[in-house]
Design a binder for this molecule. Sequence first.
Ligand code: GLP
Length: 233
Amino acid sequence: MKKILVKNQVEGGKVAFELLKESLAAGAQTFGLATGSSPIALYQEMVESDVDFSEFYSINLDEYVGLSPEHDQSYHAFMKAQLFDTKPFKESFLPDGMAEDLEKAAKDYDDVLAHHIIDLQILGIGSNGHIGFNEPGTPFDSQTHVVDLTDSTIEANSRFFASRDQVPTKAISMGIASIMAAKKIILFAYGDKKADAIFKMVKGPVTEEVPASILQHHPDVTLILDQAAAAKL
Ligand code: GLP
């Protein structure tokens, strides 16, 4: 894994945008996108750039179950506000967290993934080592699936909701196998709350208890970290 230390998220966004432009120059068509606070500076760079994304595809990692695309904390709404409203893609895919048949929605998402190879996947990381919403214990060969969110993830994400009991308890997430199929991966981590997960991901054993540790087996991962997140390395 390649590590790039940055001063802050703004610098991390600029570094990632340069890597994204390299991918574009190399012929990338499909971008795997993530939510959370860590990729926001990259989206800001994309929004402020003169790059036209309307011939490209985006595929997001995950969506909460039970939040409509109009709900301000849905990942549909997040992506619209952060990126798609100003930089529309040819097609943007997110899992359907409102589907009556969630298992079918997960299968449908795997069909999307089967038709689009992700050239560049953007990731954040949960403080428990999750990627997407693949919580500890998720099989490494998983495909898109319905997830019961862990208490620590609900707690961490409650900062975006009026109260903890408004945080959805389930999500649909792209599986670890699909993330690993991306040709190139950029993972952002900022702040001391991520230091333990970053240490385990980079230096610990590859174990399903730390979903991000599988990235040790991926041939092209770049970590963009601030000093606090890299502190235990
Ligand atoms: C959520 C998302 C993840 C994200 C994580 C970390 O749980 N499902 O994709 O990586 O939060 O978020 P942040 O970047 O805000 O720390």
